[in-house]
Structure formats: structure tokens, C-alpha cells
Design a protein around this ligand. Structure first.
Ligand code: PDD
Length: 278
């Protein structure tokens, strides 16, 4: 029997129930986190916790648990999970309110959900992917990890129609991110990634890769770049908690570099693997 955590209780997945008047269900009024687990150890949880608190604060939901309390919930769920490597999903909505109305009531009790799913590890360098340039139609607070993901889903679908794994999102030619990942390009062995402003989700993997690269003596700039700069880059890769570092070798009709994962991408993927819990 697979258990999940819902509002203070551990319950069988098939028994878990949330009200149809939950504001998460009616308005997508909530935030989430996805945390990778290696050998049963949540990776970089302090950073995910900080980002969760930032998202909750941004939309005015009180923090339901402190860092230690979240860890206790994870421990119990991970103890009953067969997989060594997993991803933890946290969702916090503003709570249940009846009847449906846009304005949130005062002093609502947030709905808190935690689930654990198995995660496949890219043991070798992940297979390279194609990305597709698509205009970023989302709202202007992409820094909040909101459960309102309709924009991301439509953009992902659009990319998939072109046989791509992810959209290369841009606003008037200025690159932002993917539907569920951040991007880096490499030019003459230097890394560039768009700045962590309100147009992107500041990825924990993005931040970690920047630190790894700088420690290894590479130059990293957090500066906006254009679609054309992606097409002309020596290398490109995407990052996310569940995918780590994935080489990008094609963007739309353009081959990137020589069409194979480049040396900087490979080196960073190795550094990443060496640093995650063994
Ligand atoms: N998504 N940008 C967006 C829009 C994302 O949804 C994600 C991650 C990222 C990368 O962030 P991080 O490195 O912290 O995972 C960037 C997760 C994996 C998800 O939606 O499941």
C-alpha cells in the first residue's frame, strides 16, 4: 500500500481525498516544489525549502511546517518507498472555501500534500534533446513556483508537436527558460544563463550548476541572451531537479555546435554526479 501525506496524516494513496471546494482545484491557488532524492537523501532540501517559503510568502499563504517537520514527513514516506532514488512532490494550496468565490477568506488552513515517486537516474550523460523556440505567453511572476501551469503545458505541447522535448521560451527573441527547466549556453568555454528575475523560475539545479562551474574555474554570466545566440552557441544544455543536466543539440532547425554533447556540458554533468549523495 503506497502512502502519501495529506494535512497532517499518512494515508493510502487510494484513500486520500481533497474537497472539490479546495482553492487549488478551483483556482490553481497554490504553490509546489519537486525535490530529487538520491539514495534516500533529499538533495539540496534547504534550498528547496527556502524557495517554497518564498513562493508561499509571495502569495500570502502561511508556512504550514518548518524545515525539520518537512524532513520528518519525507523520512516516513521514503522509509516505505522501495526506490533508492525518488522525487518528492510538495503542494500547498490556500485551502478549502465554500462557496466558491475569488476573494480568499481570512485565516484559511492550507491544504498540504506530499508524495514520493521513483526517479530514474541518468547514469551516463543523458541523451541529447531538441528544443523548439516558442513565444513565452505566461504571466510575469514566473519566479513563483505556482501550481497554475496551464501556460507551461500549452507551451510544452507546442514544442512536442515539432518533435522537441521542451520549448525554448522567449519574449520577443529574449530567451527565458523551458516549460519545466532552465537553459545555459556555452560560448568559448564561458557559461551564460538568463538572470533570475521574475521571468523565470530560479532553478535550484541552475544555482547549483553555476556554483559548480565557478568552483571549477569557469566563468558564468547571468545575462539575457537571444534566440540567435542559442543557435550560434558552442553548446547548450538544460537543467532541472528531475533531469539534472541534459545536452541540447538542436534548437528548431538549427544544429548547436557540432550536433553532439560538448566538453563543457559533459564536464559539468560529471561534476554534478560526483557531488550528489552517493
Ligand atoms: N520543474 N523552470 C520551470 C518553469 C520549472 O518548472 C522547473 C522545474 C525549473 C527548474 O528548477 P529546478 O532546478 O529547481 O528543478 C525551471 C520541476 C522539476 C517540476 O515542475 O516538476
Amino acid at each position: 500500500m503506497k502512502e502519501i501525506y495529506l494535512n497532517g496524516e499518512f494515508v493510502a494513496e487510494s484513500e486520500a481525498r481533497v474537497s472539490v471546494f479546495d482553492r487549488g482545484f478551483l483556482f490553481a491557488d497554490g504553490v509546489y516544489e519537486a525535490i530529487p532524492v538520491y539514495h534516500r537523501i533529499p538533495f539540496l532540501f534547504d534550498r528547496h525549502y527556502k524557495r517554497l517559503c518564498g513562493s508561499l510568502e509571495a502569495i500570502g499563504i502561511p508556512f504550514p511546517m518548518n524545515e525539520q517537520e518537512w524532513m520528518r514527513v519525507f523520512r516516513r514516506l521514503l522509509d516505505s518507498t522501495p526506490s533508492e532514488n525518488a522525487s518528492i512532490y510538495i503542494q500547498v494550496t490556500r485551502g478549502t472555501q465554500h462557496p466558491r468565490q475569488h476573494a480568499p477568506a481570512d485565516n484559511m488552513t492550507p491544504t498540504v500534500l506530499v508524495t514520493v515517486s521513483p526517479m530514474e537516474l541518468p547514469e551516463q550523460l543523458a541523451s541529447p534533446v531538441k528544443i523548439e523556440p516558442v513565444e513565452d505567453i505566461r504571466w510575469l511572476r514566473c519566479d513563483i513556483k505556482s501550481i497554475s501551469l496551464l501556460g507551461n503545458i500549452l507551451l510544452k505541447q507546442e514544442a512536442m508537436k515539432h518533435g522537441a522535448a521542451e520549448p525554448l521560451l522567449h519574449r520577443a527573441g529574449r530567451v527565458t527558460e523551458g516549460a519545466a527547466c532552465n537553459y545555459f549556453i556555452v560560448e568559448q568555454e564561458q557559461l551564460r544563463t538568463p538572470p533570475a528575475d521574475q521571468l523565470i523560475l530560479s532553478g535550484i539545479t541552475r544555482e547549483w550548476v553555476i556554483e559548480l562551474a565557478r568552483k571549477a574555474g569557469m566563468k558564468v554570466s547571468e545575462e539575457a541572451f537571444s534566440l540567435a545566440e542559442v543557435y550560434n552557441a558552442d553548446e547548450c544544455f538544460l537543467t532541472s531537479s528531475t533531469r539534472e543536466i541534459v545536452p541540447v543539440t538542436q534548437a528548431g532547425e538549427h544544429q548547436i555546435g557540432n550536433g553532439k554533447p560538448g566538453p563543457v556540458t559533459k564536464r559539468l554533468a560529471e561534476l554534478f554526479r560526483a557531488q550528489r549523495p552517493q
